[in-house]
Design a protein around this ligand. Sequence first.
Ligand code: GTP
Ligand code: MG
Length: 458
Amino acid sequence: MSDNISASTLAQQLASTLTSILPTKPLSELMIAIVGSVDAGKSTLAGVLSKGELDNGKGKARLFTVPLKHEIESGKTSNVNVITVEVHGRKILLIDLAGHEKYIKTTLKGLNQYFPDYAILLVNAHKGILPMTREHMGICKSLGIPVFIVITKVDNCPPEVLKNTLRKTKRFFKSYGRRFVSELNTPKVIQKYTELLAQNAGVLGGYVQLSNVTGVGLDVLRTVLAKLPELPSVSRAITAYIKTKNIKQLFYVMTPFKVPGTGLVVYGRNYGGELTKGSKMYIGPLDGKFVEIRVRSIHNKMRQPIDVLGHEQLGCLAIKPTNAKAVLTKEMLKQGQLVTEHAQMDTFVARAFRGQLFVHATPTTIREGYKPFLNCGNVRTTATLIHSDMLPLRMGNRANVVFTLRMPSVLYPEMPFIFRDGRVKASGTVLQTLNDEDTKTLLEAVKKEKEKVEEGVD
Ligand SMILES: Nc1nc2c(ncn2[C@@H]2O[C@H](COP(=O)(O)OP(=O)(O)OP(=O)(O)O)[C@@H](O)[C@H]2O)c(=O)[nH]1
Ligand SMILES: [Mg+2]
C-alpha cells in the first residue's frame, strides 16, 4: 500500500516538474508514424492520445480512432490511418501503421508517402524486440526517419521480463549505432534529448516506458511530443527544391476515387502554396503528360467542405478536365501523380534516375534487368536496373546504379527509395533524374557498351 502511495506521489511530482520544461508557445505541426510489431498497442496509443481516455487492455481505445469494420473484427490494423491529436497545444498527425508481417507493403507505403518527421517504434514489454521491430527500424533508418521507442504494456509485465526487454532495447539501439541511449524519465533527460535531436536526430536512442491502461509514462510521452524539434525532413527538402525550380505549389495524389454523383476525387497532401477551390490546375504525369483540370470542390480530413487547402494539409479534391473532350478516368489516376498550378510540369517528369543503392539482403545475386517494385516517396512503380558500377550485386554491396521507371514520374534528387521484393531488401537515394532525352541517350550508351563487351568475348 505504502509503495502505491509513494509511486503515485512520485508520478504527481514528475508531472508537475515536466510542466516546467514545456515550450511556452505551441511548436509547429508534426507528422509522426507509429510502427512496431503486431499487438504492441499502436492503435491503442493513437486512441489514448486522441481521446485522452485510458484503454481497458481489451481493445477499447483503438476504437476511438474509427478503424475500418474488418479491422474492428480482426483487431489488426491493415491500413494506414491518420489521426489528428493535440498535445499541449501542438497539433500532431499520427500515422497508425500495421504491425503484421502480411501488411508490410502497406506499412512501407505509409512510411514512404507521408514523409513523417519522426517514428515512434512500439515494443511490447512482454515480447521484446521481434523480427518486425527490426524490420520497421531498418525501413525508418533507410528513409532517414528518426526513431524513438515506446515500451508498452508495462502494467502487467513481470519485473524480470521487463528488465530483460529494457536491456535488449538498449542493445538494439546500440546495434544501430545510436548514442545517448537513455530512458526519457526525468525533465533533465528529456530536455537534453530534445536539444540533441536538433543537432543530429539520426543517432539518438531515447525510450519511454508506458502503459495505455494505467497511464504510466503518458505524461512523459506527451512532454517529448510537445518538445520534438522540427527537422530537415524529406518533405521539407522537396518543398525547398521545388521552390528553387519556381514551382509554388504541389499536391501529391495518394489515393484516387470515383464518387457517385461527384466524379473523380483525389486524396492527398498539399505542399508549398495554397490550393483554391475552382482554380484551373494540371494533373499528371499521365504517361509523361499533364492534363488541365478544374478543382470543383475541396474537403479536409474531417470531410468538411473548404475553399482553400494550405501547405502540408491533407484533403480531397473533386476534379474534372477543363476540356470536355479530354479523357480522364479513375483507372488513369495513380498514387504518385501530382496536381499543380505549374503549367510546365512535363519538364520535371523522369523516365529514369541515377542513384546510390545499398543491398541489405538478397538470397541470390542481382543483375542488370532486375525489376523490383520501387517505393520512392509517393511514387510506387516497377523499375528496371539498367546499369550498375558493380555487378552482380550481393548482400552488403553499395553501388551507383541507373533504374528506368515503368511509370514516368516526378522524382527529386536526395529522395530516398526503397524496395522489398520477396527476400530482397534494398534502399538508396536518388542522385539525378533523367528525362526522355537523357534516358534515350543513356540506353543507347548502355547498349553500345554491351555490344562491345559481347564482341570482346567472341
Ligand atoms: N495491458 C495492456 N494492454 C494493452 C496496452 N496497450 C494496448 N493493449 C491491448 O493490446 C491489444 C492490441 O492493441 P492494438 O492497439 O490493437 O495493437 P496494434 O499494435 O495496433 O496491433 P496491429 O494493428 O495488429 O499491428 C488490445 O487488446 C489493447 O487493449 C497496454 O499498455 N497495456
Ligand atoms: Mg493497430
